[in-house]
Design a protein around this ligand. Structure first.
Ligand code: SF4
Ligand code: SF4
Length: 91
């Protein structure tokens, strides 16, 4: 996607077109990223239910990892995990 100059950005930064969320790789905003220790994961999927950006990747209905293209590093998954197998690391 071609980047717009400041003269082309709508006043107030409003979004003129719906359904474009996938085009914006918001993971670049991140300072900390979640990292999982799968050996401790009990697959309760609390992280999947609470992630505000739908970044938890499931495989065969089990926690597989994170979509770092869109994960903003909010830390909710690490906070909600009942067995504390998600740690937030710089990066
Ligand atoms: S909240 Fe923790 S234990 Fe539950 S699925 Fe996510 S990583 Fe695994
Ligand atoms: S850090 Fe936030 S955005 Fe990233 S996977 Fe966890 S809950 Fe989702």
């Amino acid at each position: 996607m071609k980047k717009k100059s400041w003269k082309e950005i709508p006043i107030g930064g409003r979004i003129d077109e719906g359904g474009t969320a996938m085009e914006y790789k918001t993971g670049s905003w991140r300072t900390f990223k979640p990292v999982i220790d799968k050996s401790k994961c009990i697959n309760c999927l609390q992280c999947w239910m609470h992630c505000p950006d739908s970044c938890i990747i499931l495989k065969d209905e089990k926690m597989e990892g994170f979509d770092y293209n869109y994960c903003k590093g909010c830390g909710i998954c690490a906070s909600i995990c009942p067995v504390k197998c998600i740690k937030m690391e710089k990066g």
